[in-house]
Design a protein around this ligand. Structure first.
Ligand code: NAP
Ligand code: FER
Length: 331
């Protein structure tokens, strides 16, 4: 049997435990071109909140009763495709469940040298790729630039700061709370850190000339950063997590600022760069292996706790990439 977490109700505002249900179904047999995967790790990510809404976005919404969409890592149990064999580790959209049947073309092998393999869900996976393409392709940092990052201690933000340093920039991170702000300077190499929960962000940015703003959150924090833009600034709109649980998102940007600062503001989706994931994975894995890229993951044990980990992540409780360990002892 395979346990799974499904959408029980569409969250109104902030998700609650009762929006999710845990059930158990028969393990499906893989069809032609499909692979049966024993899920070992699953991911909790902000974009999952968007899938729970009825409104159509860049991906189709979940329906009530659907397994929650999630990236995961698992071991191939049975394969009807020549690209994968039993025993191999793969990463892909496996969902919050113990066993997943996936089309082989949607899976990527986890490189055997990747240590730990969970890196394929963060620094050398989706959130690392987001940092890589968002900063380097959309933000186009130049040596000497000041790069400001919001949600800087999270999965994407921790990588953005370090890539900014590798590009020769000054990196300023904004995060919530003393532990995370300490991690910004002591673990992730940010030059300075702002705790938006206790500091006045506008005052803390006094004297900064922001060349690249990598925006993970939107809202009041972003409004403070817009006031400190430099001429020719690039605003990378990666995420707006401060708005995801709002029933009516607040407009926080005045387009006139783009004229004042001759600035560019651009949104992007990591999946648009799928044809270059191998390039990003190779470079990120190299930087992790040689110690240039440090990372922190925050593990919750047990599939049944995935909703709690997800709600906690939206609340800022994760210190590093939020992951759920699904692997269980087999009797
Ligand atoms: P994460 O940063 O590891 O976790 C989410 C963090 O958001 C929380 O830990 C919390 O950190 C912060 N947060 C929550 N509510 C906030 C608020 N009201 N104001 C400010 N910060 C708040 O998650 P992630 O996976 O790295 O994602 C970060 C952002 O990137 C999200 O907006 C996500 O949607 C976006 N993203 C975009 C793409 C893309 O392709 N465009 C891909 C992946 C992720 P604090 O404790 O510091 O508040
Ligand atoms: C994807 C496109 C975007 C994806 C995640 C995102 C897991 C995240 C977007 C966001 O957080 O705003 O294909 O795959």
């Amino acid at each position: 049997m395979s346990r799974r977490v499904t959408l029980a109700a569409r969250p109104v505002g902030f998700p609650q435990n009762s929006d999710f249900a845990l059930d158990e179904v028969e393990i499906e047999a893989p069809g032609p071109g499909e692979v049966l995967v024993d899920v070992l790790w699953t991911s909790v990510d902000p974009y999952q909140r968007g899938r729970m809404n009825e409104a159509r976005s860049y991906a189709a919404p979940l329906q009530i009763g659907d397994v929650i969409t999630a990236l995961g890592i698992g071991e191939v149990v049975e394969s009807n495709d020549s690209r994968f064999s039993p025993g191999e580790l793969v990463v892909g959209q496996l969902g919050w469940q113990e066993y997943a049947v996936a089309r082989a073309g949607t899976l990527r092998p986890v490189p055997s040298g990747l240590d730990p393999p969970t890196l394929a869900l963060h620094a050398v996976g989706m959130t690392g790729f987001t940092a890589y393409f968002g900063l380097l392709d959309v933000g186009r940092p130049r040596p000497g630039d000041t790069v400001v990052v919001s949600a800087a201690a999270g999965a994407v933000g921790q990588i953005v700061g370090q890539l900014a340093k590798l590009a020769g920039c000054r990196a300023v991170g904004i995060a919530g709370g003393p532990e995370k702000t300490r991690d910004l300077t002591e673990v992730y190499g940010y030059d300075s850190a702002i705790d938006y929960k206790s500091d006045d962000v506008t005052a803390a940015l006094d004297g900064e000339h922001v060349d690249v703003y990598f925006d993970n959150c939107g809202g009041a924090i972003s409004q403070a950063v817009y006031r400190r833009l430099n001429l020719g600034a690039r605003i990378v709109v990666c995420g707006q997590i401060a708005q995801y649980n709002a029933e009516r998102p607040e407009p926080t940007f005045q387009p006139g600022l783009l004229i004042v600062f001759r600035a560019r503001m651009e949104g992007f989706l990591v999946s648009d760069y799928a044809s270059r994931f191998d390039e990003a994975a190779r470079r990120l894995a190299h930087w992790v292996a040689n110690g240039d890229l440090r990372w922190r993951e925050d593990v919750t044990d047990g599939l049944a706790n995935a909703p709690r980990a997800f709600i906690g992540m939206l609340n800022g409780e994760n210190r590093g990439k939020a992951l759920v360990k699904v692997a269980r002892s087999r009797s």
